[in-house]
Design a protein around this ligand. Structure first.
Ligand SMILES: Cc1cc2nc3c(=O)[nH]c(=O)nc-3n(C[C@H](O)[C@H](O)[C@H](O)COP(=O)(O)OP(=O)(O)OC[C@H]3O[C@@H](n4cnc5c(N)ncnc54)[C@H](O)[C@@H]3O)c2cc1C
Length: 521
């Protein structure tokens, strides 16, 4: 038998969702094991968040934020989830981020004793706080350090969850005490030794983030492969709203991947132009370069397809150079590293997969349809975002649902939840080394197929073609996975193809265009 790690709570993922859950459970006296496949916190969407996190506008009531969320969600957002976020969110930002962690949010230039409040598309008033254009970085850094230092938390980095353990599938003894679908932990790959070990947990919280990497262009890091969604789906959890993938209109096109160019660049006068420097957005929307996010993303995609060009350009060179360097230090630095001086030349941009509004269905305590399994953050679908997400709500959703999942898991454990640690079957090792050429080509097939057929503009023809390609590939990958030596990249490929198929199936079934799901037929 394998020796397994035993813990009260297993948290999978070290972005804001996972950190908030781990922090609250640890403070309530539970032993928490937090695993992350990342070596550095950079490999998370949290780290990349630029714009900010919602706090509270001047004189604002929770109802005003609820109204904005419901309006962005195109009629599909859950009013209960929006109300919960609007009431709990600002309180937790104050208690945890400001008072406990001292995240250095920017002060207001007019009144330095207050925080600077900014606005973004879809917000009726300024209510977003930020740290320059590096809000996610500052939250992740402060939070990770505190969680790591907590005596009740053990952090294991370079550890990739392979699959969730369910009593009915993985226990080697009768499991009558459990409901048929009960999660008891996870199999985990130690990336440094290549060995698989099990972590048995009384409660498991999935916080593995998004899925942008199944598309050719994405603002997400390469680790956003839908791991959590695929693991939960295989364990029997319900996943919903998978067709609603939000695309950002402007990401820097660079050989080492995309980098988000914040919408504030358009907001502050940036013009979207073609290779000849001509504006074209007026054809698609009266607001031209300031068209709403989804219209702008589709317009740019359509223009790229028609012109055969690999990108369009965002031109803000008419603004004073000093002002641009001061206002966008992060974007300026990233562009310069790639040889582009945005004060002198237009930035090559493409639309890019940015945020998954769907995911593992959860209630307002993060519970999934599998007992003892919760999901928080981008991997979950709380119903908050409906068919389209209001900007800057996702960090707040991580904080609220992560904190609540930690709290309720701890309560359940202290209440004596009748858990006993079952014996789990050993991992069976297969020793055929994986051919890296197959892995990289399979990824390219997934990413190109999803981009061209299941991306910004969908149709029955495109979806059918994608279905044929990806189902065939799924069989190939399943055969491959059975035989070869397990590694982080094989795990990711297996999860990537399943996540892609879940998006594709949902897009195929949803015949009506709504929010960020757009069909031309
Ligand atoms: C460029 C960019 C800008 C954004 N700007 C904003 C913004 O201004 N405001 C806002 O509210 N939102 C913003 N968002 C969205 C927001 O950042 C994310 O939705 C949110 O941070 C997700 O947090 P999370 O904890 O769910 O996941 P992540 O922060 O992505 O963390 C996931 C964690 O899971 C780990 N993991 C994944 N798979 C496994 C596995 N199999 N085993 C072990 N560990 C695993 C990863 O290593 C990582 O630690 C932005 C997103 C991007 C990409």
């Amino acid at each position: 038998m394998n020796t397994a790690i035993k813990t009260d709570i297993l948290v999978i993922g070290s972005g804001l969702g996972g950190l908030a859950a781990a922090w609250n459970a640890a403070k309530r006296g539970c032993q928490v094991t937090l695993i992350t496949r990342a070596t550095e916190p950079q490999d998370s969407n949290t780290y990349r968040a630029q714009g900010g996190i919602i706090y509270r506008g001047h004189g604002e009531s929770p109802e005003q934020l609820v109204a904005d969320i419901l309006s962005a969600g195109a009629g599909l957002s859950s009013p209960e989830a929006a109300t919960l976020l609007s009431i709990e969110g600002p309180r937790l930002v104050k208690e945890i981020l400001i008072d406990e962690l001292h995240v250095p949010f920017d002060p207001s230039p007019e009144n330095p004793s207050e925080l600077d409040l900014t606005s973004e598309a879809g917000h009726s008033i300024p209510r977003i706080i930020h740290f320059k254009d590096k809000t996610g970085f500052s939250i992740e850094k402060a939070f990770f350090e505190r969680v790591q230092a907590h005596p009740n938390v053990k952090v294991i980095a370079n550890a990739t969850a392979v699959d969730l353990l369910t009593a009915s599938h993985h226990s080697v003894e009768p499991t009558d005490v459990y409901r048929p679908l009960t999660c008891v932990g996870a199999y985990v790959l130690d990336q440094t030794t290549g060995k698989i070990f099990s972590i048995l947990a009384k409660e498991t919280i999935l916080a593995t983030g998004g899925l942008g990497s199944v598309f050719l262009h994405t603002t997400n890091p390469t680790g956003a492969r839908g791991d959590g969604i695929a693991m939960a789906y295989r364990a029997g959890a319900r996943c919903i709203n998978m067709q609603y993938v939000q695309f950002h209109p402007t990401a820097l096109l660079a050989p080492d991947g995309c980098f988000l160019i914040s919408e504030t660049v358009r907001g502050e006068g940036g013009r979207v132009v073609d290779r000849q420097g001509k504006e074209f957005m007026q054809k698609f929307h009266p607001a031209g370069s300031l068209a709403p996010r989804d219209v702008a993303a589709r317009a740019i995609y359509q223009t790229m397809i028609e012109s055969g060009e690999p990108c369009v350009y965002l031109d803000i060179t008419h603004k004073p150079a000093e002002q641009l360097r001061e206002r966008f230090p992060g974007i300026y630095a990233v562009c310069m590293e790639r040889g582009i001086d945005l004060t002198r030349e237009p930035i090559p941009v493409v639309p890019a997969a940015h945020y998954s509004c769907g995911g593992i269905a959860t209630d307002d305590w993060g519970r999934t349809t599998v007992d003892r399994l919760r999901a928080v953050g981008e991997v979950a679908c709380t119903g908050l975002h409906g068919a389209n997400r209001l900007a800057s709500t996702s960090l707040l959703e991580c904080l609220v649902w992560g904190t609540r999942a930690g709290e309720q898991s701890a309560k359940r454990i202290h209440g004596g939840n009748g858990f006993y640690f079952p014996q789990i079957s050993d991992w069976r090792y297969e020793h055929e080394a994986a051919d890296p050429a197959l892995i990289s080509q399979d990824w390219l097939t997934i990413q190109h197929t999803m981009w061209n057929y299941v991306g910004l503009i969908r149709s029955e023809k495109r979806l059918n073609r994608a279905m044929r390609v990806l189902r065939e590939l799924d069989l190939e990958i399943a055969r491959f996975y059975e035989k070869c030596e397990i590694s982080d990249s094989i795990i990711g490929l297996r999860n990537g193809i399943l996540t892609a198929l879940l998006i594709l199936d949902a897009a195929d079934q949803a015949r009506e265009s709504r929010g960020c799901h757009y069909r031309i037929d």
